[in-house]
Structure formats: C-alpha cells, structure tokens
Design a protein around this ligand. Structure first.
Ligand code: AMP
Ligand code: ZN
Length: 112
C-alpha cells in the first residue's frame, strides 16, 4: 500500500467509495466525477502506478480485470456496450497514479 495514494486508501477501506465489486485482488467503484451516465473504475488492490509499470507477474491480474469489465458493465445496465479507457502517464492524461480501467456508457459517447 502506498500511503500517499487515494486508490490504495479506497482499496483498504480508509476512504469511502460507491462500490460496484470487490474481491481479494480487485475493487471497482463509481467515478466521483462521472463522464457518462454510468462510469466506474476497476482497480487492482496492489499499487501499480500505471499500465507502463505493469510486469509479467501482473498478467493474471490484468486478465482478470479485463474479464470483469463486461460482467460488471452488464450488471450496471450497459447491455448495449461500454467504453474502456486506461489513461497512462502524464502524456496519457492520467491523474491518479494507481492503475485503473475506466468503464463507461449509458449514453451517447463521442467517437474516438
Ligand atoms: P485518470 O485521469 O484516468 O487518472 O482518472 C482518475 C479518475 O479518478 C477521475 O475520473 C476522477 O474523477 C476519479 N477519482 C478521483 N478521486 C476519486 C474518488 N475519491 N472516488 C472515485 N473516483 C475518483
Ligand atoms: Zn495506490
């Protein structure tokens, strides 16, 4: 756990969140500033700074997160589909330096 990291504190239950899902390795919660009618994030509990810091040992964890995305999206009512975004580093617009996968939908999304 990184004591300076807000997502580590959420994963540890020290900061409240609107939880979507939790297991031993992963927590998912609604974005505090949603960019779509449904907008939540999948977050590994272990502190990985960004996708650029993920290593071979994280393969299983990353795979689990990607497989959880459609399941949780469906549970959140995104039967029509959803967008996933992983911002990486300052150049990728990442603001919280703990790896997370955004899942959003429920309205018209701008084309990429
Ligand atoms: P990113 O730009 O990919 O790093 O996204 C960080 C996201 O975290 C933003 O969409 C924020 O709205 C969201 N966020 C920041 N603090 C919190 C929080 N305490 N609870 C839920 N979402 C948060
Ligand atoms: Zn962290």
């Amino acid at each position: 756990m990184n004591r300076d990291c807000i997502f580590c504190k959420i994963a540890a239950g020290e900061i409240p969140c609107r939880k979507v899902y939790e297991d031993e390795e992963v927590i998912a919660f609604h974005d505090i500033n949603p960019a779509a009618p449904v907008h939540f994030m999948l977050v590994p509990k272990v502190h990985i700074v960004s996708l650029a810091d993920a290593r071979a040992g994280h393969e299983g964890l990353l795979g689990r997160i990607l497989l959880l995305a459609p399941r949780l999206a469906g549970e959140q009512g995104l039967a029509d589909g959803f967008r996933t975004i992983i911002n990486t580093g300052r150049g990728g617009g990442q603001e919280v330096m703990h790896l997370h996968v955004h899942v959003m939908g429920g309205g018209r999304l701008h084309p990429m």
